[in-house]
Design a protein around this ligand. Structure first.
Ligand code: HEC
Length: 86
């Protein structure tokens, strides 16, 4: 699991502007508080929440959650990723 993720992150960093990988954004910016599986940690469980809701929360509450400001593409990608977590 770790090595493909590192490769993805390196790729995303090397090629800005290409399609954003929601899983990579999630593990970097969200997993510490919401758990690797979205079932919650210090933050509430968010697995399976609607993608648009997640993207909106990320956009509006990023300062509260101490998340680095994400681009619209990153917020949308991470929303889709979270919505598909079971
Ligand atoms: C520093 C810890 C922290 C990080 C990092 C963090 N969150 Fe949160 N998140 C919280 C806490 C605490 C709450 C609940 C309190 C609040 O709304 O401020 C929350 C609430 C939420 C909610 C609303 C849940 C609900 O049902 O009301 C969503 C959706 C969410 N976070 C998504 C994310 C996503 C996606 C990321 C990554 C881009 C992220 N969070 C990063 C701590 C965090």
């Amino acid at each position: 699991m770790v090595r493909p993720l590192v490769a993805l992150l390196a790729l995303a960093a090397a090629l800005p502007g290409l399609a954003v990988d929601g899983a990579a954004v999630y593990s970097k910016a969200c997993a510490s508080c919401h758990g690797g599986d979205g079932k919650g940690n210090t933050g509430p469980a968010i697995a399976g929440k609607p993608a648009a809701f997640v993207a909106e929360v990320v956009d509006m509450h990023a300062p509260t959650m101490k998340v680095p400001k994400l681009s619209a593409a990153e917020a949308s990608a991470v929303g889709k990723y979270v919505a598909n977590l079971k």
